[in-house]
Write a protein that binds this ligand. Structure first.
Ligand code: HEM
Length: 415
C-alpha cells in the first residue's frame, strides 16, 4: 500500500483497486485515522472475502469481511476460540491480564454471568432517570455560538458518569476511568502513547486504585455495583490481581469508548446527512432507530479476533489450526448482500438493529441495551433544547483498527 494512500482518501480509492490483493493490509491504524479504509474493504468483499495478509507487524492474519461469514465465525466458538486475544495485537509476554471476553467456555460463561445483572431490565429502569438528569445538566452547561469539542464536553462526560455509577466509583476521580480506558487501547500512533513501560505503569496504578475498592466491598454485604459483584461472585472472587485488572479493563473499555464514539458519531452522521437530521426533527419517534442506525454506521469496535482451534473451511479457503482470524464488523456492516444501500445513513430503516456492531454468539455485547439507552436519552434531551448542533471543523479520528472513534469533534450550537 502506498504511503500517499494512507494519507489521502482519493489516493486510497485508486490504490485499493490497483495493488495486488496480497498487498492489502486493512489493519493499518493510519487507514482508520484518515477514514481511508473503505475502498480496501469494498475490494475484499468483492474479490477476496476471506483474505490472507501474510505480512503484518503482529504476524499473518485472515480478514473476514462479509456479513454472513462473520456470523459463521462469531457463532462457532468451538472452532474459533477467543483465547489468547480478541484484538489483532498479541498479548505481551511480560504483561498478561486475562479477561472473560478473551476466554472460552466454561470459564467465560461463569464470569459473564457474574456481571450481567448490572444491565438487567430492573437496573436499566433504575439508571434511566439518573442518566437523563445528568444528560440535561451537561447539555444546559454547553456554550452557545462558540466552538467547543463535543467529544470532551458531552460524549466523554456522560459515558464516564454512567460508568462511575456502574462501578460505584469515587465521583471526583471519574475521569481516571476515561484515561485508563484510553491508555489501555492506545496504539503506538496515538498521542497518548508514550511506551509500553509507561502503559504498564498506568495500568498498575489502575488496579491498585481498584484494589482498595475491592477490599472495601469484599468485606461488606453484596451490592449491585460491578466491583461488589466481582468481589462476591463465585467465579470471580478468587481472581488474582492481573485477572481483576483484565476484567476491569474489559468493563471500562466496553462501557466507555464504544458508547462515547457512538454519541460523537451521531452528531457527525446527522450533519453529513442533513435530510436525515430534518427527518429526525420532524419525528422524534425515530430516535431509537436513528440510534441503531448510528451504531451500525459507526461500528465503534471495528473488529474482533478469533483463533482457529482446528483446520476449517471458510468461504472456499482453508484456515489452519492456530491461524489468526479477524472479523471485520466495520466491513460486514457495509455488505450489500445483507444490508440494502449500506453506505447510506438512513435513520428509518426497516430493520435498524440488523447489524454486527454488538457481535453475535456467546460473547455478544453485555451492555448493548445500556448503550442504546444512553444514546436514546441524550438525543431526547438534545432535541428538547437544540434544534441544531453544527459541525465547526473536521473530526479528528482515533488511529486504531480496533476502537473506531474520535479524538475530537468541533461543534457549535447556534445562538
Ligand atoms: C455502542 C456501544 C457498544 C458497542 C458497539 C459494543 C460492542 C461490543 C462487541 C463487538 C463485543 C464483542 C462481541 C463478540 O465478540 O461477539 C462486546 C462485548 C462486550 N461488551 Fe460491549 N459494546 C458497547 C457497549 C457496551 C457497554 C455500555 C458495556 C458495559 C456495560 C459493554 C460491555 C461489554 C462486555 C462486558 C463484553 C464482553 C462479553 C463477553 O465476552 O461475553 N459494552 N461489546
Amino acid at each position: 500500500m502506498s504511503s500517499a494512500a494512507l494519507d489521502n482518501r482519493e489516493a486510497a480509492a485508486q490504490d485499493a483497486w490497483s495493488i495486488p490483493l496480497d498487498k492489502i493490509n486493512v489493519a493499518n491504524p493510519i487507514l482508520f485515522k484518515n477514514d481511508a479504509m473503505w475502498p480496501y474493504f469494498e475490494r475484499l468483499r468483492k474479490e477476496d472475502p476471506v483474505h490472507y495478509c501474510a505480512e503484518h507487524e503482529f504476524g499473518p492474519y485472515w480478514s473476514v469481511t462479509k456479513y454472513k461469514d462473520i456470523m459463521a465465525v462469531d457463532t462457532n466458538h468451538a472452532a474459533f476460540s477467543s483465547e489468547p486475544s480478541i484484538t489483532i495485537a498479541d498479548p505481551k509476554d511480560d504483561i498478561r491480564f486475562p479477561m472473560f471476553i478473551a476466554m472460552d467456555p466454561p470459564k467465560h460463561d461463569a464470569q459473564r454471568k457474574v456481571v450481567t445483572p448490572v444491565v438487567s431490565p430492573a437496573n436499566l429502569e433504575y439508571l434511566e432517570p439518573i442518566i437523563r438528569e445528568r444528560a440535561g445538566k451537561i447539555l444546559d452547561s454547553l456554550p452557545r455560538g462558540e466552538v467547543f469539542d463535543w467529544v470532551d464536553k458531552v460524549s466523554i462526560e456522560l459515558t464516564t458518569m454512567t460508568l462511575a455509577t456502574l462501578f460505584d466509583f469515587p465521583w471526583d476521580d471519574r475521569r481516571k476511568l476515561t484515561y485508563w480506558s484510553d491508555i489501555a487501547t492506545a496504539t503506538k500512533e496515538s498521542p497518548l502513547f508514550v511506551s509500553d513501560e509507561h502503559r504498564r505503569e498506568k495500568l498498575y496504578e489502575c488496579v491498585d486504585y481498584f484494589m482498595r475498592l475491592w477490599n472495601e466491598r469484599v468485606n461488606a454485604p453484596p451490592k449491585n455495583d460491578l466491583i461488589s459483584m466481582l468481589a462476591h461472585g463465585e467465579s470471580t472472587r478468587n481472581m488474582d490481581r492481573m485477572e481483576y485488572l483484565g476484567n476491569l479493563i474489559l468493563l471500562i473499555v466496553g462501557g466507555n469508548d464504544t458508547t462515547r464514539n457512538t454519541i460523537s458519531g451521531s452528531v457527525l452522521a446527522l450533519n453529513q446527512n442533513p435530510d436525515q437530521y430534518d427527518k429526525l426533527r420532524a419525528n422524534l419517534d425515530l430516535i431509537p432507530s436513528m440510534v441503531s442506525e448510528t451504531i451500525r454506521w459507526q461500528t465503534p469496535l471495528a473488529h474482533m479476533r478469533r483463533n482457529a482451534t482446528r483446520d476449517i473451511e471458510l468461504g472456499g479457503k482453508t484456515i489452519r489450526k492456530g491461524d489468526k482470524v479477524i472479523m471485520w464488523y466495520v466491513s460486514g456492516n457495509r455488505d450489500d448482500e445483507v444490508i440494502e444501500n449500506p453506505n447510506a445513513y438512513i435513520i428509518d430503516r426497516e430493520r435498524p438493529r440488523q447489524h454486527l456492531s454488538f457481535g453475535f454468539g456467546i460473547h455478544r455485547c453485555v451492555g448493548n441495551r445500556l448503550a442504546e439507552l444512553q444514546l436514546k436519552i441524550i438525543w431526547e434531551e438534545i432535541m428538547k433544547r437544540f434544534p441544531r448542533i453544527e459541525l465547526a471543523g473536521a473530526p479528528e479520528r482515533v488511529a486504531s483498527s480496533f476502537v473506531k472513534g474520535y479524538e475530537k469533534l468541533p461543534v457549535r450550537i447556534p445562538n
